[in-house]
Design a binder for this molecule. Structure first.
Ligand code: FES
Length: 172
């Protein structure tokens, strides 16, 4: 991972910072930016975000480890965040999760051999009324069955990668 944010990213961080009343409030969007730039939030990325916002690294660390949408390790091109919390579990969430494991040939927390998908077991995605639910990128997949989830993989493959650095936007 580069030891610094790119010029574009630094400019964007300034813009983000100007839109929020405090550095703490800007921490979430800047972490999203860092994840887009570097693909995941490494220890180095935590330090960069802390420095960019003038915050203690412990604060940034606390935010990163609280929210599951920040990935602490490299992921595939697309993350499949499959909910197995109560509503989803009661409506077959584990059947969907296990069908995805079988289809992808990888277990929860792993990335497929071709680097296309990382399968993540998630807590509630706030879509309980339409359980079982999964998020990939910015899209929700609702009322999933095992067959529907496997069919969704083709659609997800055609979507842009979850994290694209600012300098590469529009070129991939
Ligand atoms: S329990 Fe799965 S979305 Fe709420």
């Amino acid at each position: 991972m580069p030891a610094e944010f790119s010029g574009e990213a630094k400019k964007r961080i300034e813009e983000i910072r100007s839109q929020y009343p405090t550095a703490q409030a800007a921490c979430l969007p800047v972490l999203h930016l860092a994840q887009d730039e570097f693909g995941y939030i490494s220890d180095d990325a935590v330090g960069l975000v802390a420095r960019a916002l003038g915050l203690p690294a412990s604060h940034v660390w606390g935010v990163v480890t609280f929210y599951t949408m920040y990935h602490r390790h490299p992921t595939g091109k697309h993350t499949l965040m499959m909910c197995t919390n109560v509503s989803c579990m009661l409506r077959g969430g584990y059947d969907v999760l296990h069908a995805l494991e079988r289809k992808l040939g990888c277990k929860v927390g792993e990335t497929t051999a071709d680097g296309e998908f990382t399968l993540i077991e998630e807590e509630c995605l706030a879509a309980c009324a339409d359980a079982p639910a999964m998020i990939s990128g910015h899209k929700y997949f609702l009322r999933l069955t095992p067959d529907a989830a496997i069919k969704a993989l083709d659609e997800i493959k055609k979507m842009p990668a979850d994290h694209i650095p600012l300098a590469k936007r529009g070129s991939s």
